[in-house]
Design a protein around this ligand. Sequence first.
Ligand code: NDP
Length: 268
Amino acid sequence: MTDRYAVIGNPISHSKSPLIHTLFAQQTGQDMSYEAIESPLDGFAATIQRLRDEGYLGCNVTVPFKFEAYKLCNRLGNRARDAKAVNTLVFRDGEILGTNTDGAGLLADIEKNLGIKLMWKDALLLGAGGAAAGVVWPLFNAGAGVDIANRTIEKAQLLADEFKGSGTVYARRYEELAGRKYDLVINATSSGLSGELPPLPDGLFKPGALAYDMMYGRETPFMAYARKQGAEIVSDGLGMLVEQAADAFYLWRNVRPDTQPVLDLLRK
Ligand code: NDP
């Protein structure tokens, strides 16, 4: 019988994950299916239960359910424990196992695909939701200093509090960003979904800076802002999406797909 997987989110119709996993499965000869399932906002746990009852082997979790997924897990990997957010679930032996592949996906895209080393770089992370939570520890571990700016400052503060005393991770209000400069600005807000731009000042980018929007599939207001402001490299989040998917695929199938041909095909 074909093994079944899915991605759960709300909204979900825009997701490229089904295509990516189908391409990985073809490339590695795996007999599996992968579909996008929209869960009601107040029905995530019930959706997961239904999938388990129907014999699915695992799923990805996206906006806005990553924190809820974390709470549902019986066992967590270190990356999920650090992030307190989960994007990959495995249903095995009656248990829900959770991990977070977002951080590894972002790092692989920045360091391997875009060729930018993070050690000693100053990074600004916009947002403090599930996606941001998944990447703070990996950015810190890669040697970057990280400022976290978020509309709701308390959420940014909660993320930064875990690094108290390290001297490298701070929460900042948007109004505090004027006059600061960064090697890397990562938009991990969902502002692009509504065609909005977080309230960013002029002059944020150091020479040679990278502007990275985790959204993909469209030119976002953040990407347009970054081009105008002179960021040297402006990237969407498609590479991160493919790399985090490859990590999830490896966990489920024990085979590591080659990401470059899939990324090339999606870029076309
Ligand atoms: P969440 O819903 O958990 O968090 C949303 C975040 O965006 C919050 O910090 C929220 O601020 C902020 N936000 C929303 N609208 C605005 C706005 N208009 N101005 C400023 N801030 C805003 O979502 P996720 O963290 O899970 O996902 C965020 C984005 O990252 C999504 O677009 C998602 O598609 C993308 N993503 C891409 C991935 C990839 O592989 N490329 C992987 C994961 C996510 P507040 O707290 O104040 O509400």
